[in-house]
Design a protein. Structure first.
Length: 144
């Protein structure tokens, strides 16, 4: 990867909206490390676009009430549950209620509650139910 295809910490902070302390801490604990250049005493960290997406997804989950511990638990579970998922924070679509993390499965009607041991959650399209109900009421009123 060319250096122009990578991003320094300053740009990452502005794009993702986290503090330098958070970025540094996440790299230090191995949560999200810079994939282009780790940095050291005389070199600075460089992040890929994929790193930016991972960081931004993690930030969104945090902003929606999910702790870093729960995010890490979910990522570890997903990697174990489906080894084809190399980058959960980049590849998957997440939903949250502020207490748990849900992800879509290959079947778009099924959602998995990741933090509750793969508990299956059914999604219900309220808009479609509302339209069908409205139409049924209208049909019944017209038939009277």
């Amino acid at each position: 990867m060319k250096s122009e295809d990578s991003y320094n910490s300053g740009l990452v902070l502005k794009v993702v909206g986290i503090s330098y302390y958070q970025l540094n801490y996440w790299a230090k604990i191995g949560f999200i490390k810079p994939s282009v250049k780790q940095g050291g005493k005389k070199s600075r960290r460089r992040y890929s676009f994929t790193d930016l997406v991972r960081l931004k997804t993690a930030k969104e989950l945090l902003d929606n009430g999910i702790s870093l511990q729960k995010i890490r638990k979910a990522i570890n579970y997903l990697k174990k549950y489906d080894p084809q998922i190399k980058e959960p924070l980049v590849q998957l679509k997440f939903l949250t209620n502020g207490k748990s993390i849900f992800t879509l499965t290959k079947d778009p009607k099924k959602v998995i509650d990741i933090l509750n041991k793969n508990q299956l959650v059914w999604s219900i399209a309220i808009g479609k139910i509302s339209q069908n109900t409205k139409q049924k009421v209208k049909n019944l009123q017209n038939s009277n």
